[in-house]
Structures are given as structure tokens and as C-alpha cells.
Design a protein around this ligand. Structure first.
Ligand code: NZQ
Ligand code: ZN
Length: 399
């Protein structure tokens, strides 16, 4: 650990089958006006509470019992749109809400955080808070969340990723953790039983990518890297079980907690981090509206094969510590490059095992889009700083 840090995460987590019982206590800490934000339809299909009741019914019942006046913003899209953020901001401001309660996956929670910062903002919020990443200088409405899909970690961080369709841009804003991270998040793994398999594996790939984005940077001996390796191994094990039996509570609970710890800042402490795979995927998403984790899984092997030589010792360590790649005794010692590449092959095989598509075509990308995606991607990176041509090469390698 060679870099200084300060760390405090403000989100109170209530985890497990009884987590919803904590909702009245949390609600009691806010005024009576609540903006309830949710997605298209899953909230009305997830069972919760009394026989036959949905999560939607149950949450409304708890809100009413707590004496709340509820305003609703339903229908938030997967990959939430800026127009939805503005609609929510309008509702929050007009109704002077005291709390925004997000019930859903990362998209709903991200939208809620955007609303929380936008409600009392002046001017063009997209330009100010997403494009220019300006400091938020207006009042922020507190957010609480009830998570229904494991993946983004939005339940315990201050990220808000919004798509501006008119501009074909998808931009992530990491707001100040202390102000914008949910004040509380309710995590009942049973709520994820209804997540379709495609979304479940998308979430798993997203978690894995968050771990790799933090792991593939630096060369010092850092406790954070050991923690990341442990979470990766837990996620691989739990994912294999959940694929076999989606109602395996232990597996789904491990996946949910992996998602939360993977992106609540704990695993970035003393790390410089990478995040280039995410930058590329966000633009892929802006062009194709693909599921975030699926895009990451397609891009990751191509990206890591493009950069591994620049961080060779870490890629060797990844192969050995996470995938158990050994130097073959029969064929003589493998060289370092072979071990590193074998680790990336294992990663790719794992995504195939989950049933994730392997090409950009399968998520709707066309060849004409590739240079456009490459040239609109924010450039940076960990072991190698990319230029737009590198991004295009990576995209072509997985097209
Ligand atoms: O709209 P509904 O009907 O709720 O359906 C959703 C949606 O179609 C469905 N779903 C969620 N819970 C369900 C369920 N279906 C059945 N049963 C349930 N229990 O799943 C679909 C996907 O939901 P979504 O919220 O879009 O998925 P996810 O959690 O993967 O969020 C993706 C968004 O988060 C951003 C992504 O870019 C993307 O926009 N990210 C946010 C981050 C953050 N805040 O830190 C970091 C990530 O890297 C990521 O960029
Ligand atoms: Zn992600």
C-alpha cells in the first residue's frame, strides 16, 4: 500500500431475507414526501410480503403505513436516459420531495442519483454535471435504494451513468460519495430470483469487470489486490452454482455481496485503477443500447490481449492466483507471456461458460459503428494509455 487514502462509505446496508423489515426504520428518518423511482415492469412481478403481493405493492404499503405521500416515476429504462432524469428532477422539485426511493437495478438507482443532484440545479445539467463534471453546488435530495439486480454496485456508491440519446453519449459521473451514495440500501438476494438469465450473467460480467478495472493497475504489494483476488474467486464459484440453480440462495447472496463490495471504493484503495474497458463499453452502449455487462464481457478479452505486455507480472499473477494456471511440467516451463495469455483465455472461457455472446455483432454493432465508437470513447487506461486507433483495433478484434 503505497498511496495515502481516506475512506468512509456512508451507505447503511441491510442484507438478507429479513432486510425489508428495516425499511420503516429508515423511512422514519425523512420527511413525508417520497419520490418512488422504478423500472419498466419487474417491480410488479417480484414477490414480496404477503402471499400474492408484489414488491411494488409491498413497498407502497410500507410507505403508506409510514404516513408518506408518494409521487412515482416508473418506466425508467435499462441504460437510463437523460430525459428520464429530467422528468424525475421536475417531479422531485415540484413536489419538494424529502427522499428519493429507488427500487430496481443499477439503472434505476443511477437515475435516482442523477435526479437527486439535478432537482435544484440551474442550467443545463447534462453539460454541467456529466460532460464538464462540474462540482455540485446546489441542494441534493437523499436517496435510498431497494436493489433487485446484482451487478453495478450502485447501491453503495455515488456513480450515475446516463445516456443522452440525442448526442449518442453515455457518460458516467462519480458524484461525491458522502452526499450522493444511497443513505441506505436494502439487499435481499431473493429479489434477484426473477432476473432473466441474460441479465444475471450480464451482472456477473459487470462485477468481474469492476474487479479487473481496479486490479490491473500498479505493481506494488497491495492488500487491495489480495482482496480483489478473493472476491474474484468467490464470484466464479457462486456464478457456476447460480447458473445450475438460479434459486440457490447462497449463490445469489454471494453474487449480490460481491457486486456491492466490488464497487464501493474499498477495492480501489491505494490503487490508480484502469476503467478503459468501461469507457469503451459506455460508447458501445450509446450506439447499441446493449446490456452493460454483456458489452464488457465481449470487449474485455480483446482489450487485455492488447495491453497485457505492459503489465505482464500482474497478468501472470491473475492467471495463477485466480485461474490456477500452472507451469506445465510435461511441456517444460511456460514462459511468462504464455501464462498471462492462458489467464486471459480462462477469463474468456468463463464468459462463454456463462453463455455470454462473444462478438459485437451479436449485440447489434455494425462495422460502420466501430470507428465512431472508437473516436467518441474517452481515452486513458491503466498499463497502457490508448489512442483511438487502439480502441478501433480492440473493437475489430471482437467484432
Ligand atoms: O426495467 P425493469 O422491468 O425493472 O427490468 C430490469 C431491466 O430490464 C431487469 N430487472 C432488474 N431487476 C429485476 C429485473 N427483471 C426481473 N427481476 C428482477 N429482480 O433487468 C434489466 C436490467 O436492469 P438494469 O438496472 O439496467 O441493470 P444493471 O443493474 O446492470 O444496470 C445497468 C446500468 O448501470 C450502469 C450501466 O452503464 C447501465 O446503465 N452502471 C452503473 C454503475 C454505477 N452506478 O456505479 C457502474 C457500472 O459500471 C455501470 O456503468
Ligand atoms: Zn460496470
Amino acid at each position: 500500500m503505497i498511496r495515502d487514502f481516506s475512506y468512509q462509505n456512508p451507505t447503511r446496508i441491510h442484507f438478507g431475507k429479513s432486510a425489508m423489515e428495516k425499511l420503516p426504520m429508515e423511512l422514519s428518518q425523512y420527511g413525508e414526501r417520497v419520490l418512488l423511482v422504478y423500472g419498466k415492469s419487474s417491480i410488479k412481478r417480484i414477490p414480496c410480503g404477503a402471499e400474492g403481493q408484489s414488491l411494488y405493492d409491498h413497498v407502497l404499503q410500507v410507505l403508506r403505513a409510514a404516513g408518506k405521500q408518494v409521487v412515482e416515476l416508473g418506466g425508467v429504462s435499462a441504460n437510463p436516459r437523460y430525459s428520464e432524469l429530467l422528468e424525475g428532477a421536475h417531479l422531485a422539485r415540484e413536489n419538494r420531495v424529502d427522499l428519493i426511493l429507488a427500487v430496481g437495478g443499477g439503472s434505476v438507482i443511477d437515475c435516482a442519483k442523477g435526479i437527486s443532484c439535478a432537482a435544484y440545479a440551474e442550467g443545463d445539467v447534462w453539460e454541467r454535471y456529466y460532460v464538464r463534471q462540474e462540482k455540485v453546488n446546489n441542494p441534493i435530495i437523499p436517496v435510498g435504494s431497494i436493489l433487485t439486480m446484482a451487478g453495478t454496485g450502485s447501491e453503495m456508491n455515488s456513480g450515475s451513468v446516463i445516456t443522452n440519446e440525442a448526442q449518442r453519449l453515455k457518460i458516467g459521473r462519480v458524484y461525491p460519495l458522502a452526499q450522493v451514495a444511497p443513505r441506505f440500501s436494502i439487499l435481499n438476494p431473493e429479489f434477484t430470483y426473477t432476473v432473466p438469465r441474460y441479465q444475471m450473467v450480464s451482472g456477473i460480467a459487470d462485477i468481474f469487470s469492476h474487479l479487473m478495472e481496479q486490479y490491473f493497475s500498479d505493481e506494488d504489494d497491495c492488500t487491495t489486490d489480495y482482496l480483489i483476488e478473493g472476491v474474484m474467486r468467490s464470484l466464479i464459484s457462486a456464478s457456476r452454482k447460480a447458473i445450475q440453480n438460479p434459486q440457490d440462495y447462497e449463490a445469489r447472496s454471494n453474487i449480490m455481496w460481491c457486486a456491492t463490495v466490488a464497487l464501493n471504493k474499498l477495492l480501489s484503495l491505494s490503487k490508480t485503477e484502469d476503467w478503459e474497458v468501461h469507457m469503451i463499453e459506455h460508447q458501445l452502449g450509446a450506439y447499441t443500447d446493449c446490456a452493460h455487462g454483456i458489452g464488457l464481457a465481449i470487449i474485455s478479452p480483446a482489450y487485455y490481449r492488447h495491453i497485457y505486455r505492459y503489465g505482464l507480472p500482474r497478468f501472470v499473477r491473475f492467471a495463477q492466483q485466480v485461474w490456477g494456471v500452472e507451469e506445465s511440467k510435461e511441456q517444460g516451463a511456460k514462459n511468462q507471456e504464455q501464462i498471462a495469455l492462458a489467464g486471459i483465455d480462462c477469463l474468456e472461457a468463463f464468459f462463454r461458460e456463462l453463455g455470454i455472446p462473444s462478438t459485437l455483432r451479436e449485440v447489434g454493432a455494425t462495422e460502420e459503428m466501430l470507428p465512431q465508437i472508437a473516436h467518441s470513447t474517452t481515452l486513458g487506461g491503466g498499463y497502457k494509455t490508448l489512442i483511438a486507433d487502439d480502441v478501433e483495433t480492440i473493437l475489430r478484434a471482437c467484432y
